[in-house]
Design a protein around this ligand. Structure first.
Ligand SMILES: [Zn+2]
Length: 312
């Protein structure tokens, strides 16, 4: 039985390779999972025929666990390779109060799983004038949690390691920047390039509320590949990531190296937290849970296509 299973997996790898080569699934492909039509089912955690979304700095093989470079993986709910892209089945509809995950950037970076290799452990965060980024991130995260909990929501404060296939109504990773000179000021927000249909809205609402409340400028030029391929929502590369359906963004709250920005984040942290809460609240108000988790996603096999759209 086990042997048969291994053969099936090997067979899938061959089919998957063919899909990469041809770009399409051959008509009449025989699905091996019951109930799946018009595509090839890929088991959770199995390799996906999908180009990875990689931060260029991440290409240094020295950052891999030897012999185990990350590969694109099917998320915990599995995936289906079909002619128009990769279908991610909708997850079970969550129940209970709406849930928000706030990741504290750089918290417990020394305890990451093997799939992240050595690429995260050295990222200890910015530090300036005796202030460490991880402490600022944690302080703001706890204030965000207090405010949202008071409104009846459930808030998870998450370390660097995100639970496998993390499901929430919103996920926001908190970070602060440094330019090494003290000159730059401003904030920026981004979502991944292979995400669900509601993340543009999440980013724009957060941007609107954060800018309004803090008075900081939008640092558009500062949005890096490093942010777009951020590991905590890069589900096509890592299992320890927000699920494809979880609306997710990374927020760089300001520059620790800038006197104005730092004072804002350190001395007016409650206001910074309120700005984030207001953005999250607007998103929750505008996008019901039934929409977020109500449809399969179909994402392109290659990066750089328009945002995926919901599909019934
Ligand atoms: Zn950071």
């Amino acid at each position: 039985m086990r042997r048969l299973f291994m053969v099936a997996v090997a067979g899938l790898a061959v089919v998957a390779a063919a899909v990469i080569a041809c770009g399409v699934v051959a008509p009449g492909s025989v699905p091996f999972a019951p109930g799946v039509a018009g595509g090839i089912a890929v088991r959770p955690g199995a390799p996906l025929p999908m180009l990875q979304d990689i931060d260029p700095e991440d290409l240094d093989p020295a950052r891999d666990i030897p012999g185990v470079p990350p590969v694109a993986l099917a998320p915990p709910g599995g995936a289906i390779v079909q002619s128009n892209g990769i279908r991610i089945p909708k997850p079970a509809m969550p129940t209970g109060p709406r849930r928000i995950g706030i990741q504290v950037g750089h918290w417990m970076t020394d305890q990451v799983p093997a799939e992240l290799g050595k690429r995260i452990t050295f990222q200890t965060g910015a530090s300036w004038d005796g202030v460490d980024e991880v402490d600022v991130n944690m302080d703001v995260a706890e204030r965000v949690k207090a405010q949202l909990t008071a409104r009846g929501y459930i808030v998870d404060i998450l370390p660097t390691t995100v639970p496998v296939g993390y499901i929430a109504d919103v996920f926001v990773a908190l970070h602060a920047d440094s330019d090494g000179t003290g000159e730059k000021s401003g904030f920026k927000i981004a979502h991944g390039s292979r995400r669900g249909p509601y993340e543009d809205k999440l980013v724009s609402l957060l941007r609107d509320e954060y800018g309004k409340a803090t008075g900081l400028d939008w640092d558009a030029l500062g949005i890096s590949r490093n942010m777009l391929a951020y590991f905590a929502f890069n589900w096509g590369r890592y299992q320890h990531a927000a699920a494809p359906h979880t609306p997710a963004a990374i927020l760089e709250m300001g520059f620790l190296s800038n006197d104005y920005d730092r004072e804002l984040m350190v001395d007016k942290a409650d206001g910074v937290a309120t700005a984030i809460v207001n953005g999250i609240q607007r998103f929750l108000d505008e996008v019901p849970r039934s929409k977020i988790f109500g449809e399969d996603l179909v994402v392109p096999q290659q990066r750089g296509f328009p945002s995926p759209s919901p599909r019934t």
